[in-house]
Design a binder for this molecule. Structure first.
Ligand code: FAD
Ligand code: SIN
Length: 538
């Protein structure tokens, strides 16, 4: 088996991985492995923008308060304060790299054109139209391309972390690399590195309906869990209230910024309904809006609700939301004249690999940054547009920490065992993978969605356990492919979500259960931590 050595292995090429690479390359060789094309990531689809205190009328305290309110009592105040107050410096870093945020015209007073989103009491979302994420990827990848210390390996999917607990005589347990599958050629090889960074993003694909692209299969969380690293708060899955409802529109988001500019949520009769649920109306935090839509759809037997922004001139909509406008039009919806049909869909993981703001995890040598990590910023519900901010601040803090570490030359001599193929043969039953893929995602959507009950969670738990056993057998019997690996990973994170949800006997933030509809603050709320021994994950 081929072994590739590097100083820093980064798994993932979204904002968290790319910002980290550009900082770490000052001191050593960086390899970024990414499972599809380099730009393919959740980052690439981010629309609304990056929340940051930039306006003279805004304060860090306001942003902190909004974040804590959304987080429903589970945010870590120290972490929230650190990330929010460091925001302006990290925004300046992005601008120095070449990112331009939209500005207001001189007639409107100049300065940044700050957007507004649910749960924010102030305008504070920096954006690049409605393609903020695409612009971020373009700018960062341009810089990466020009950096001779960074290599990107596309179509290279991490299978599992390599930890010394499996290697005889290698000292105390730490992470020393990862096994990789080249998905174009089928080769399995290892990357050996004294520093391994998970920047693998979230796992929206574990649900049948999601705003996330196909890469989002929770691989980093699943790999870390299998390696015995604690995983936190997995019950808090954020459902974005407004994904386009159209049979041909796969996971297209209608940004919350559209509501920020005055769109109302209405039923099929055109009647606004959010006021019934929260005084903040369509701009209440996402957990509230998604639940309200779910309740409207269920009580009326409606397949969707609608966004109404017809009061805004067409020119304005075209200039502010060019991508959303064009995409809706492609599906026969003119947002200046028509109601936009929308439904909630799985969007963001507030939980993940337990990590500090500096990316450190319980496993030496392993760091986690971006959506894969659970730092304590989001608590039980993320405030809109706080995740790009978290990624960029934590990538900086983590890199500063890593740059101070003396790289252990011992690690470059650690013998990595060859990948064990056993008696595996090429699969002749892809239908099994497809069937189980659909079953996991449907089970999660039906039983572990916006509204939960004990009975539904127990049912999901039994099904997911059975599916995981079947998938494990399949994984042992057949040569690994990207499909098998992703199936194994969504099934693993499905189990983590179900177990965490079962553990929380209350409703808080994104966890809403009919059996315990109230929030319990006494005794003080706990975080849900799953820390299983490596190898005991079945
Ligand atoms: P990602 O950007 O998801 O990158 C993960 C990377 O890891 C990808 O390159 C992927 O291919 C790679 N990867 C995954 N598994 C493996 C593996 N096994 N091996 C190799 N590579 C792997 N947040 C905001 O703050 N503001 C917004 O406006 C906003 N809008 C959003 C709109 C949409 C449609 C979506 C889906 C999310 C949005 N979010 C927004 C959330 C935000 O985009 C993400 O949380 C953030 O981009 C995550 O960045 P990341 O670098 O951690 O992960
Ligand atoms: C959006 O634009 O609505 C997404 C913002 C986010 O998820 O933070």
């Amino acid at each position: 088996m081929r072994i590739v050595d590097t100083d820093y292995l980064i798994i993932g090429s979204g904002i968290a991985g790319l910002v980290s690479a550009l900082k770490l390359s000052k001191k050593g060789k960086v390899i970024i492995c990414t499972k599809k094309q380099r730009a393919e990531s959740n980052t690439n689809y981010a629309q609304g923008g990056i929340a940051c205190v930039m306006a003279a009328t805004d304060t860090f305290n306001d942003h902190i308060k909004d974040t804590l309110d959304a987080g429903a009592g589970l945010c870590n105040v120290e972490v929230v304060t650190k990330i929010i107050s460091e925001g302006p410096e990290r925004i300046a870093d992005l601008e120095k790299l070449g990112l331009h945020f939209a500005e207001r015209s001189a007639e409107s007073g100049g300065g940044y054109d700050l957007g507004k989103e649910g749960g924010h009491t102030k305008r504070r979302v920096l954006h690049a139209g409605d393609i903020t994420g695409r612009k971020i990827e373009e700018v960062l990848l341009d810089r990466i391309h020009a950096d001779s210390n960074i290599r990107i390996k596309e179509h290279t999917m991490a299978i599992d972390l390599i930890t010394t607990s499996w290697l005889r005589g290698a000292g105390s347990n730490r992470c020393v690399g990862a096994y990789m599958l080249n998905t174009s050629e089928g080769e399995i090889f290892a990357v050996r590195a004294p520093v391994v960074i998970l920047a693998t993003g979230g796992g929206g694909k574990v649900y049948l309906y999601t705003s996330n692209p196909d890469i989002a299969t929770g691989d980093g969380m699943a790999m870390a869990w299998r390696a015995g690293v604690p995983i936190k708060n997995m019950e808090f899955i954020q459902f974005h209230p407004t994904c386009l409802f159209h049979p041909q529109a796969k996971s297209f988001l209608i940004s919350e910024a559209v509501r920020g500019e005055g769109a109302k949520l209405v039923d099929s009769a055109g009647k606004s309904f959010m006021e019934k649920y929260d005084a903040r109306g369509a701009l209440a935090p996402r957990d509230i809006v998604a639940r309200a839509i779910d309740s409207e759809m269920k009580s009326k037997g409606a397949p969707c609700v609608y966004l109404d922004i017809r009061h805004k001139p067409e020119d304005y909509l075209l200039a502010r939301f060019p991508n959303i406008y064009a995409t809706c039009l492609k599906f026969g919806i003119n947002m200046a004249k028509d109601l936009i049909p929308v439904v909630p869909a799985a969007h963001y993981f507030c939980g993940g690999v337990e990590a500090g703001v500096d990316g450190s995890t319980a496993l030496p040598g392993l760091f986690a940054v971006g959506e894969v990590a659970c730092t304590g910023l989001h608590g039980a519900n993320r405030l809109a547009s706080n995740s790009l901010l978290e990624a960029v601040v934590c990538a900086h803090e983590m890199s500063e920490k890593i740059l101070k570490i003396k790289l252990d030359t011992e690690d470059s001599r650690i013998a990595i065992p060859d990948w064990q193929y056993g008696a595996a043969v090429p699969s002749d039953e892809s239908i099994v993978v497809e069937h189980n893929w659909n079953e996991v995602r449907t089970c999660m959507w039906d039983y572990v969605g916006i509204v939960r009950t004990d009975k539904r969670l127990e049912r999901a738990w039994r099904r997911i356990r059975n599916l995981r056993q079947e998938i494990r057998q399949y994984y042992m019997d057949y040569l690994v492919t990207a499909d098998i690996l992703e199936l194994r990973n969504i099934a693993d994170i499905a189990e983590l979500i179900v177990r965490s949800a079962m553990d929380r006997k209350e409703s808080r933030g994104l966890q809403y259960t009919l059996d315990y509809p109230d929030r319990k603050d006494s005794p003080p709320p706990h975080e849900t931590v799953i820390a299983d021994q490596p190898g005991s994950h079945l």
